[in-house]
Design a protein around this ligand. Structure first.
Ligand code: FES
Length: 107
């Protein structure tokens, strides 16, 4: 099973073992990880699943779609070059161990 590590603004880390193809947003929601809301249910329509992906995983990520690009301009916390929507990134062998920083604010 791939793992995902979420790092809170406080530095607290949560590592989850998840099924293949689970998104960062779904895994967080199903396991009580704070700070990832996922208001639209994963449709790239709310930006409340904003995460900062650690640079070492940048090359493993899918292209940013037009919808994701648009929503990333609506994040509550500052958008950076590490910003992605957690609902648009599924984990699998290529992203095993992916680590993301959770923004301080989502809404
Ligand atoms: S859950 Fe709404 S944009 Fe990701």
């Amino acid at each position: 099973m791939p793992t995902i590590t979420y790092v809170q603004p406080s530095g607290e880390e949560t590592t989850l073992d998840v099924e293949q193809e689970t998104t960062l947003m779904r895994a967080a929601g199903s396991n009580g990880v704070e700070g990832i809301v996922g208001e639209c249910g994963g449709q790239a329509m709310c930006a409340t699943c904003h995460v900062y992906v650690r640079p070492e995983f940048a090359d493993t990520l899918p292209e940013i779609s037009d919808d994701e690009e648009e929503m990333l301009d609506c994040t509550t916390a500052e958008r950076t070059d590490r910003s992605r929507l957690g609902c648009q990134i599924a984990v699998g062998p290529a992203r095993d161990g992916i680590t993301v920083d959770v923004p301080a604010d989502q809404v």
